[in-house]
Design a protein around this ligand. Structure first.
Ligand SMILES: [Zn+2]
Length: 309
């Protein structure tokens, strides 16, 4: 009896010691992470998608010295009413690079055809390479429910890359990540099979002008193609400053605060949330690392430390 009690106590102390060591190690690695730049990579199907969903936080990260890369999985070569093919792809690449330059982030456009994106092994491996080469802490992509097939498959491709980014013998030409990043979805308005859930909401009021300036670089999209698809081409002002003001009024560009985002906003901004008008919201996917609240605050260094209620 005595012996088994001793054995139990020995096991208990050993387990407790291991928990202490693990806690210390984890705290140390988190502290280290806080002093290093956060590496964020965002994927879109077309060379303006990332900008709409995460252009605001990209500007905020860049201002603080963190590293952001936007990747378009297609070259956008059918996204226009009167231009197409190589000519349009070249124009959109230049627009994307200018957009990236305006907020000081990297922007890559992969040479896959627009409107023809499929969740193939080849593109999945392109995504895995991108995430590994960027040494991503955060990966952002659309949800796999969307009106556009390229958006849907971008969601599937990034989802299929999550976890595989740590598997050494898959895509062995690029070293694997040692830890699965946090994978996020951009916000969207689709409700089936389930609506978007706002887990992390970041105010972009302070960088709204920068975000609109970034979108303004995609002339072929925001002043030509998208207004044409909506029958609004006649409303686009000719004056460059006026058309930028016109663009700033688009709810999808300015990311006007949605009522469903308020709880997550208040959780991290406290009383300050009442004054916030524009925000970008993200859902944490189930397939990547599940961050603790402490890790969320380290990875999103935008929230007040002690929000007043
Ligand atoms: Zn798109």
């Amino acid at each position: 009896m005595m012996k088994s009690l001793e054995r139990f106590l020995a096991t208990f102390y050993c387990a407790a010691w291991l928990v202490c060591v693990a806690t210390l190690f984890f705290s140390a690695s988190l502290a280290l992470a806080q002093n290093e730049p956060v590496h964020v990579i965002a994927f879109g199907a077309h060379p303006d998608d990332c900008d709409l969903g995460a252009g605001g936080i990209a500007a905020k990260y860049a201002i603080l010295g963190h590293k952001v890369k936007f990747v378009s999985l297609t070259n956008g070569d059918v996204g226009h009413q009167s231009q197409h093919g190589e000519e349009l792809a070249k124009r959109r690449l230049a627009e994307a690079q200018e957009a990236g330059r305006r907020v000081n982030i990297e922007y890559e456009v992969l040479d896959n055809h627009d409107g023809k994106l499929l969740p193939t092994l080849e593109v999945r491996e392109q995504v895995i390479r991108e995430i590994r080469q960027w040494k991503a802490d955060i990966v952002i992509a659309p949800r796999p429910n969307d009106y556009h097939p390229d958006h849907r498959y971008t969601g599937v491709l990034v989802q299929d890359a999550s976890y595989m980014v740590i598997v050494p013998y898959l895509v062995p030409d690029v070293p694997p990540l040692t830890r699965n990043p946090v994978f996020l979805y951009y916000s969207d308005r689709f409700t089936r099979p389930q609506p978007f859930r706002a887990d992390i909401v970041v105010s972009i009021d302070d960088v709204l002008e920068k975000k609109i300036n970034m979108l303004d670089a995609h002339v072929s999209q925001f002043y030509e193609w998208l207004p044409w698809t909506e029958g609004l081409l006649g409303q686009v002002p000719h004056d460059l400053a006026e058309r930028k003001k016109w663009l700033a009024k688009w709810p999808s560009a300015a990311r006007t605060l949605q009522p469903e985002w308020r709880a997550a906003l208040e959780k991290r901004y406290g009383a300050q949330a009442a004054t916030i008008q524009h925000a970008e919201a993200f859902e944490i996917t189930e397939y990547g690392h599940q961050p603790s609240e402490e890790e969320i605050r380290a990875l999103f260094p935008f929230f007040p430390p002690n929000p007043s209620r």
